[in-house]
Design a protein around this ligand. Sequence first.
Ligand SMILES: Cc1cc2nc3c(=O)[nH]c(=O)nc-3n(C[C@H](O)[C@H](O)[C@H](O)COP(=O)(O)O)c2cc1C
Length: 188
Amino acid sequence: MNGENGIVIAGIGGSLRTGSFSRKVLEKAVTLMPEGSSLQVADISKIPIFNAETTRNPDASVVDFKNLISNSDGFLVVTPEYNYSVPGYLKNAIDWASVPNNVFAKKIGAIMSSSTGMMGGSRAQYHLRQTFVYLDSRIINKPEVIISFVDKKINEKGEFSDENAEKFMRDLLNNLVTEVRNQISSAR
Ligand SMILES: Cc1cc2nc3c(=O)[nH]c(=O)nc-3n(C[C@H](O)[C@H](O)[C@H](O)COP(=O)(O)O)c2cc1C
């Protein structure tokens, strides 16, 4: 754990497309991290399609992704919603990180969702929460960060801004880092 030198949280998500709105949300989260913590964003764009026959000799992109999560004190996922669920590339990265050793086990994490629709990716977020039950992660429940009509919340510079969402994001990140600190001190 990195607790001694500040809390490090792995940031996962955003879609692969240039100009992804959920990427903007993730970038916003970087700026809202509580004092003494930081968010290190993973690159999942090069991760190949999961194949159980190759998990013992994975691609370097998979090794890097797993190392980032293992070496972090906690994680944050920002997911868009595809067809009422988690986008395939994101689920694919999580599948890679789960075998042969599950790097999400016992890790404290938080989830945010955003979409251009009025449900804000909530259905994808709930599917993702279910996945992390199987992976035995400790997902923070509250507040829920569900950002609807995200495309209307990007300013002319391409920056994400929404006062209400920002408050919920800040609160969730505070709760995440507090729980991570508690986990580190109880392990000492
Ligand atoms: C294949 C596909 C399926 C989608 N399905 C949903 C959906 O089920 N619910 C929803 O709210 N938006 C849906 N959308 C719209 C996305 O919310 C929107 O494209 C969003 O901008 C994607 O995230 P990104 O901006 O990070 O790429 C879908 C988009 C795509 C490309």
